[in-house]
Design a protein around this ligand. Structure first.
Ligand SMILES: [Zn+2]
Length: 212
C-alpha cells in the first residue's frame, strides 16, 4: 500500500529531473549507466517507497518515462511498463541501512580508477583534503577511508554485502571498477556528497601520479 500524496510524488520526480540534468551535463551517465533515487514519505518499520530512474534510458534526455516509484523490495508500486534500474536493490539496502532520503549512483573514470588502485585494500584513503568537510567531518587534517566492495554481475550478491560494508560517517560506497553510490538526508545533501567524492577521487588519482 502506498502512503504518499500525488504532490509528494511530483516533488520527488521534479528533484530527480533537476539532478539528472545537472549530472548529465557533467557527463556522469555514459552509456545509459547510473541511477538516481529520492525517497517519498517516511520509513514506517520496514516499509518505504522511493522514486527511481527507469532502466535503459538516455539520461541526457527528459521524457515522461524517466522515473517510477518502487517499494522497499524494489518492486513497482504503480501499474507501468517501465522497469526500475537493475541496481534498484542496492538503493533499497542503502535506505534500509541508513534511513537516508536520496541515493545517487554514477560511473566515472576517476571513481573506477581509484577503486581498482585501492580495491585489494577494500578502502580508498583520503588525507587532509578540505572537501572532506562536505561530509560534516571537521577534524584538522582528517583522514577518511571510503569503502570499496567487489563488483559482481549478479546484483543481489552485491546488495547483500552493502549493509556490512558501510562506514557510519562516510555517506558513500564504491563498487570496484563500477561506480559510486552516495546518499544524504535529501537530494541536496546527496548531491553535495557525490560531488565531494568525485573531487576527492580525482585528487587521489592525481596525487598517486605525483608520488611516482
Ligand atoms: Zn552502476
Amino acid at each position: 500500500m502506498t502512503s504518499y500524496s500525488l504532490e509528494q510524488r511530483q516533488a520527488a520526480f521534479e528533484e530527480l529531473r533537476e539532478v539528472k540534468a545537472e549530472f548529465a551535463a557533467k557527463g556522469w551517465f555514459p552509456g545509459t549507466s547510473g541511477n538516481l533515487s529520492v525517497r517519498i514519505g517516511d520509513i514506517r518499520g520496514e516499509e518505504f517507497q522511493f522514486a527511481i530512474t527507469s532502466s535503459g534510458k538516455d539520461k541526457s534526455k527528459q521524457t515522461p518515462e524517466d522515473f517510477l516509484v518502487v517499494d522497499a523490495a524494489g518492486q513497482s508500486v504503480e501499474t507501468t511498463k517501465l522497469k526500475p534500474s537493475a541496481e534498484t536493490l542496492i538503493h533499497c539496502e542503502i535506505y534500509k541501512a541508513t534511513g537516508c532520503g536520496a541515493v545517487f549512483h554514477v560511473h566515472t573514470v576517476f571513481n573506477n580508477l581509484v577503486s581498482e588502485w585501492f580495491g585489494d585494500k577494500g578502502q580508498i584513503p583520503v588525507e587532509g583534503v578540505e572537501l572532506i568537510k562536505a561530509f560534516n567531518i571537521w577534524e584538522e587534517e582528517a583522514i577518511i577511508h571510503i569503502p570499496v566492495l567487489p563488483n559482481y554481475a549478479h546484483i543481489p550478491r552485491i546488495a547483500e554485502q552493502v549493509a556490512g560494508a558501510l562506514v557510519p560517517r562516510i555517506p558513500g560506497i564504491v563498487l570496484r571498477k563500477h561506480g559510486i553510490y552516495a546518499w544524504g538526508a535529501n537530494s541536496f545533501e546527496a548531491k553535495r556528497h557525490l560531488e565531494a567524492f568525485e573531487f576527492l577521487f580525482e585528487y587521489v588519482y592525481r596525487m598517486e601520479l605525483l608520488k611516482k
